[in-house]
Unconditional design. Structure first.
Length: 90
């Protein structure tokens, strides 16, 4: 996947029900947020949903492993990642 600079924004055109529109705008208004904060709110919600779905898929993939085997895999992955990070830093 190509790297996109962090400050790059892309315009979306989305359609939602009137009830959803009212609920979200009321939610934002109650927290003192302005119209422009809608984009931030949507981006945050989408990121959380993608993370939630990714985690659910990962849990499903490893659901048949014994807890000890999963702990061992996680420990190995953490160790490998730390070693790679240390090699880059040093």
């Amino acid at each position: 996947m190509a790297r996109v600079p962090k400050n790059t924004t892309i315009r979306w055109t989305v359609s939602v029900s009137k009830n959803t529109d009212i609920a979200v705008r009321s939610f934002l208004a109650q927290r003192g947020m302005k119209k422009g904060d809608l984009s931030k709110f949507i981006e945050h919600a989408v990121r959380w949903h993608v993370l939630d779905q990714t985690m659910a898929e990962a849990r499903g993939t490893f659901s048949d492993l014994a807890p000890e085997a999963l702990d061992s895999l996680l420990d190995e992955a953490v160790t490998t990642t730390r070693q790679a990070h240390a090699a880059k830093a040093g």
